[in-house]
Design a protein around this ligand. Structure first.
Ligand code: FES
Length: 613
């Protein structure tokens, strides 16, 4: 036991602050006693706050004994020194949680305990409190652990307020975003029988977009994802599944792949899950596991409007972000997406695509072989226009030709993403309902780009052809095509600074002045203002609404492909697509638009003849 040399000081808040001067090194758990004040300074039942070497304490006198506890109530941080004592029970004066003064034990069954510290009254008449040398770190850890329990409760109760409180407490205690995202991912994957939900996808997007967002919006971003998770989970756990037992003779990958595809085909989720868990358990390369999932996601036509592949990509991004910690649970939901989502070869909408694509898929091995053997550059800008053609059959033939010539599949995916940005920017506000379709192809094309970087394969090529067909199907959503701001186009107003332009952008978003917002962004880009500030503003506009997954997806794709490109027109189109999608989605205006559209239709007007003005 050691005693520190002391420098007590009164603080403006009334706490007595005591900084420890250098002492000899002691073990982390060994107690160091710190002098507090004269025992005679206390009245019976009185509590005093102290701040000792970074630790907040509340010290009480009760029946001639002295007790010290953490001064921050584990409920919401109210100072315990302002509480009162009744029959040895310490009562917090904010929401009346009760604690055993001696041990800090909480009387509320689900409440957290207060940390208690030993106090000694010594011969010199002073009180001394014993703190472990590592107490400061331990206190931080306690707050983080408490915040995680509070977050779990908020998720179970589906309370956005409780979730927000827990996130704030965790971040204030210096919990890393990874710790919070990890907890949300695990909860979202484990406490649901559904597939990869929008909540876990948004949390992954929070990780991906962390540096693009104003730090003031970081908590908000986390709360968005966590709240959505709470709404998609019931609190009950997914049934337990395990990897196959270890054997002396390992299964070969070819067999496991064949089984995996077979069970996905038969919609036998449990069997497919066990194969994925076995791959993870046997420490196969991430790219091997990704190949299984991406292959199954493209075994069917544009599974789930592209969500199966998109969510598979998000899952691997999430796993990499948390360094595959908890992969056993995080891997499982994607199987639900693979077995249960729409397979478009079974739908009438895709009936004309199947006879065109099936012969191509029979030639897939030779296409891949030539692609790997040859090298060829792609003019992304020109090829983007090809992808926007009205008929998919000639485009499919050109894509096959490009692949055989050795064009990098990722460049085709980049062009597909660019084309999807144009589909989004030209999506007319008078279209009813189909906003998700343009977001789906945009996010899908980006996911495919990532998938080819992560686990390129012959089977993944099918995803390109699926995307090409869907892009052509979406031509109807650009009829009539919304106008895109002309180069040099300006609004009839002036701005004192770039910051004022961004303020104005937020105002336009408030009133869903979509075209004005686009013209303003166009001017901002052409004048070469700070792109990071524009990204932060667009993210803020999104985050202040009850945004749904597609808005987050569009934002991410726009930002990433803006960064990837050096072509000013391509960059402009990505930012205009994001601006249009985000400013047009304000929920309070949708009813108005729907009603206006319905009234115009009732009057016999043609919506296709209208313009944005
Ligand atoms: S802050 Fe102490 S009971 Fe709520």
């Amino acid at each position: 036991m050691q005693t520190s040399t002391l420098t007590p000081q009164e603080t403006p808040t009334g706490s007595i602050t005591i900084e420890e001067l250098p002492i000899e090194a002691v073990a982390e758990t060994e107690l160091v006693y710190h002098q507090l004040c004269l025992a005679d300074d206390f009245e019976d039942l009185e509590g005093k706050p102290f701040h000792v070497n970074g630790t907040h304490l509340a010290v009480f006198k009760f029946e001639d004994q002295f007790y010290a506890v953490d001064n921050r109530c584990p409920h919401m941080g109210y100072p315990m020194s302002k509480g009162s004592i009744r029959d040895g029970v310490l009562i917090c004066h904010w929401h009346h949680w009760e604690f055993d003064l001696k041990s800090g034990g909480c009387f509320l069954a689900s409440g957290d305990d207060l940390k208690a510290f030993p106090v000694e009254l010594r011969d010199d008449g002073y009180l001394y409190v014993g703190l472990a040398k590592g107490e400061r770190e331990a206190a931080k850890r306690r707050v983080i652990d408490r915040g995680k329990r509070a977050l779990e409760r908020g998720l179970k109760d589906r309370s956005t307020f409780f979730i927000a409180k827990a996130v704030t407490a965790l971040r204030d205690a210096s919990a890393t975003p990874r710790e919070i995202i990890q907890q949300g991912l695990h909860y979202g994957a484990h406490k649901s029988s559904e597939g990869w939900s929008s909540g876990v996808a948004i949390l992954t997007l929070a990780a991906n977009l962390w540096d693009d967002v104003d730090p003031k919006d970081h908590n908000l971003f986390l709360v968005h994802g966590l709240s959505q998770i709470s709404r998609r989970t019931t609190g009950s756990s997914r049934p337990y599944r395990a990897a196959f037992p270890q054997t002396s003779e390992a299964h070969d990958l070819e067999t496991l792949m064949r089984w995996f595809r077979y069970f996905i085909d038969k919609r036998h989720a449990g069997a497919a899950e066990r194969i994925l868990l076995t791959l993870n358990d046997r420490d196969y390369e991430k790219s091997v596991i990704a190949d299984f999932v991406f292959t199954a996601a493209t075994d069917y036509y544009f599974t789930g409007d592209g969500h199966a592949l998109d969510f598979a990509n998000k899952m691997f991004e999430a796993l990499d972000y948390v360094e595959w910690e908890g992969a056993h649970e995080i891997l499982r939901p994607i199987v639900v997406d693979l077995v249960s989502r729409t397979r478009h070869e079974e739908t009438s909408r895709w009936a004309d695509a199947v006879p065109v694509l099936e012969p191509v898929f029979e030639r897939l091995d030779s296409i891949w072989k030539e692609n790997q053997a040859n090298t060829s550059e792609l003019d992304i800008s020109a090829f983007t226009q090809t992808l926007l053609g009205d008929e998919f059959e000639p485009t499919v033939a050109i894509v096959e030709e490009k692949l055989r010539a050795g064009v990098d599949p990722r460049d085709i995916c980049r062009a597909m993403t660019y084309a999807s940005a144009i589909r989004t920017a030209r999506f007319h506000l008078k279209n009813e309902g189909d906003w998700h379709d343009v977001a789906n192809i945009y996010s899908y094309a980006h996911a495919l780009y990532h998938a080819f970087a992560y686990a390129p394969s012959v089977n993944l090529l099918r995803g390109i052809f699926h995307g090409v067909v869907f892009l052509a199907y979406l031509r109807w959503l650009n009829m009539p095509a919304a106008r895109i701001p002309r180069h040099g186009q300006r609004l009839d107003e002036t701005y004192e600074s770039a910051a004022k332009m961004l303020d104005r952008l937020q105002e336009f978003a408030d009133f869903q002045k979509v075209y004005e917002a686009e013209i303003l962004v166009n001017q901002y880009l052409e004048e070469g203002h700070d792109i990071d500030a524009l990204k932060q503003t667009l993210a803020h506009i999104l985050l202040r609404e009850d945004a749904e997954l597609h808005m987050f997806q569009v934002l991410e794709v726009a930002f990433r492909h803006y960064d990837l490109s050096e072509d000013s027109e391509e960059r402009r189109m990505h930012m205009l697509a994001a601006t249009r999608y985000i400013t047009a989605q304000k929920l309070m205006k949708n009813i108005l638009w729907s009603t206006e559209n319905a009234e115009r239709l009732a009057r016999g007007e043609l919506l296709s003849e209208r313009d944005d003005d």
